[in-house]
Write a protein that binds this ligand. Structure first.
Ligand code: TMP
Length: 200
């Protein structure tokens, strides 16, 4: 089983990915919890190039290439071997983030995103959980977290609002795979909604 969590910055998706990994492990499942950009040593190096520095450091086209390169390494070294060994993979972000962040919010580049994905990635999660939350709430949470991984958060509320609409549109585009989860309330409340969205 291959699961991904998606959402805007500060949506709480990383907490939810961790809570789900914990609860599946408690049931005895062998779970690999991983993240993008990153998840493998090479992809973590690419991550630093992507999430640190000025908002306009890369063109949207260059960003698509870097995110896809990181994803390919993550897929080869971590995701495919884990799935082949019968493990459950939970990733905090996958290709939907590129579709939304680079494809929708930063120019009309969705065609480039899709072609590169088909050429070099060509797999989708079995189920994608989008943690849907008010962008203003999410942005204040993300900023409160601090740190230097704020390149995308630095693009502001208008950008986060576009992203939230982009993720909702994905749920309509891929109704069999993508589930929108109400991200409001305590983490345990959201986790119960996540569990209810999983196949029995
Ligand atoms: P994170 O904060 O969830 O670890 O993600 C780092 C940032 O990278 C976040 O602002 C979203 C952005 N991102 C993209 O723009 N495109 C992508 O394909 C991925 C995986 C992340």
């Amino acid at each position: 089983m291959f699961l991904s969590f998606e959402g805007i910055d500060g949506s709480g998706k990383s907490t939810q990915a961790r809570l789900l990994a914990d609860s599946l492990r408690a049931e005895g499942r062998d779970v690999v919890l991983t993240r993008e950009p990153g998840g493998s040593p090479g992809a973590e190096e690419i991550r630093r190039l992507l999430v640190e520095g000025a908002g306009e450091r890369w063109s949207p086209e260059t960003e698509i290439l870097l995110f896809t390169a990181a994803r390919r390494d993550h897929l080869e070294r971590v995701i495919r071997p884990a799935l082949a060994a019968g493990r459950t993979v939970i990733t905090d972000r996958f290709a939907d983030s590129t579709r939304v962040y680079q494809g929708a919010a930063r120019g009309e580049l969705r065609a480039m995103v899709d072609r590169l994905h088909d050429l070099s990635i060509a797999v989708e999660p079995d189920l994608t959980l989008v943690i849907d939350i008010d962008p203003a709430t999410a942005l204040s949470r993300g900023r409160a977290r601090g740190g230097n991984e704020d390149r995308f958060e630095s693009l502001g509320l208008g950008f986060q609002q576009k992203l939230a609409l982009g993720f909702r549109a994905l749920a309509n585009e891929y109704p069999d795979r993508v589930r929108l989860i109400d991200g409001s309330g305590a983490p345990e409340t959201v986790a119960a909604r996540v569990s209810a969205a999983l196949p029995a």
